[in-house]
Ligand binder design. Sequence first.
Ligand SMILES: [Zn+2]
Length: 169
Amino acid sequence: MFLTVHASAGLFIGQTLHQPVWSFFCALGSHYLLDIIPHGDEGIGWWIHGRPKRIWWIGLVDLSAVFLLVMMFFHFRSTPNVWPFVWALIGALLPDFLSETNYQIRQARAPLHQFAQTINKIPFFDRFLYTHNTFHHRLHWLIKRHLPWRLGILFQFLLAGAFFMLALL
Ligand SMILES: [Zn+2]
């Protein structure tokens, strides 16, 4: 699922829970739960196939959308305490960053491979990343039915909008 959807769920959680620890763990849980729902990402593999740069473009657009969403949120809503939001956003986005790090470590031709190798010197980090990635990946296949990618993108767009509106309430 796109980071934009996870980030808007994170904003909603940060708005609802005022304890940073709770907002972090709930947002982390929300990531895994949302990934279980069929969301059409699996269908864009053909578009990326053989053209790994395309995944970077998707990532760039997705991250820019996250940045815009967060900026818009704090423009519309002033909050005395940003920490529940900060921790909720970290929790909501963390699983995809961990899986991306796992990919960068294992792909010698990946652009951030050397950097990822440096982080990988942390004891047990490699095992942790591998186990986490297996778990994270399997969640996407718990429900065997998948959405066509166009419908999936529309669904994710609506879901991100719904979480964002709820966060603004
Ligand atoms: Zn994910």
